[in-house]
Design a binder for this molecule. Structure first.
Ligand code: COA
Length: 263
């Protein structure tokens, strides 16, 4: 893989990870998924980073899927690491202590849709097209699509999308909750995503981390256990300096926004 197949930059506490194979519509080969995973770890380990944006280069594609060229000579045994690799990357993003925003700047198909679903929030441009078209290749989603899609959009809609392989225009993706906001152009998407990232970067980091943990926890366990977990992490926020800062700012009717220390 070329070093440049994934770009990484940090600006004002916001890390942007960009899939950069525009000639292949940012298709996700094994090396790219591995580098994306490394870059996410880099963002996680950097204390100055508060929020991460995942996006694709250009105006055509976020990612048009796993790289189909890699499927050619694989069989049921040799393909397993490819799927596990993709799933592990998705799980890693979900386990990160910082919010990850997907800026979907065009096609988000197959693996592209799956990695977007593993992000915390999905913003998209008007030209975005989303879906799980694997059925048309005689296969099924393998980066977590059959697991995350029904949780986001409901079982019936997920079955319709996975069985038909039909791609969704962004208005429909917004309507069913697969994306959270739509922008008129890719440029407007970049601006809107940057504004959201800036807003989240100013929030108390520990409270964001614990909120993400509790929301994700709710995906995995029965109701009672989730409520217990929420009480635990709620209490943890009362051990932070940021709670003092935020509550004092409100009670003193300060006009300035609280300056959180993420401690
Ligand atoms: N894997 C590998 N290469 C891909 C790809 C993928 N998932 N998606 C697009 N590409 C490549 C094409 O092979 C082509 O490369 P080439 O110019 O070297 O031939 C280039 O990206 C542009 O794609 P092309 O098909 O020519 O563009 P288009 O505008 O006609 O169609 C798509 C765009 C996204 C609709 C079409 O490329 C497509 O259906 N891609 C596969 C989507 C898919 O099934 N994803 C799930 C995979 S599990």
């Amino acid at each position: 893989m070329s070093e440049q197949d994934v770009l990484y930059e940090v600006d004002n506490g916001i890390a942007t990870v960009t899939i950069n194979r525009p000639a292949k519509y940012n298709a996700l080969n094994t090396a790219v998924v591995g580098t994306l995973r490394e870059m996410m770890k880099k963002a996680e380990d950097d204390d100055s980073v508060r929020v991460v944006i995942l996006t694709g280069t250009g105006e055509k594609a976020f990612a048009a899927g796993a790289d189909i060229a890699e499927f050619k000579d694989k069989d049921s045994k040799t393909v397993r690491p490819l799927a596990q690799n993709g799933q592990e990357f998705c799980k890693y993003m979900e386990s990160m202590s910082k919010p990850v925003i997907a800026a979907i700047n065009g096609f988000a198909l197959g693996g592209g849709c799956e990695i977007a679903m593993a992000c915390d929030i999905r913003y998209a441009s008007a030209n975005a097209l989303l879906g799980q078209p694997e059925i048309n290749l005689g296969i099924i989603p393998g980066f977590g699509g059959t697991v995350r899609l029904p949780r986001l959009v409901g079982l019936g809609k997920a079955k319709e999308l996975v069985y038909t392989g039909d791609n969704l225009k962004v208005e429909e993706a917004l309507r069913i909750g697969l994306v959270d906001k739509v922008f008129d152009s890719v440029e407007a998407l970049r601006e809107g995503t940057a504004a959201l990232a800036k807003k989240l970067a100013g929030k108390p980091g520990i409270a964001i981390k614990l909120a993400k943990q509790s929301l994700n926890h709710a995906w995995n366990l029965p109701l009672g256990k989730n409520l217990d977990f929420e009480v635990d992490v709620f209490c943890q926020t009362f051990a932070t300096e940021d709670k003092e800062i935020g509550v004092d700012a409100f009670l003193s009717k300060s006009k300035d926004k609280p300056k959180f220390k993420h401690k």
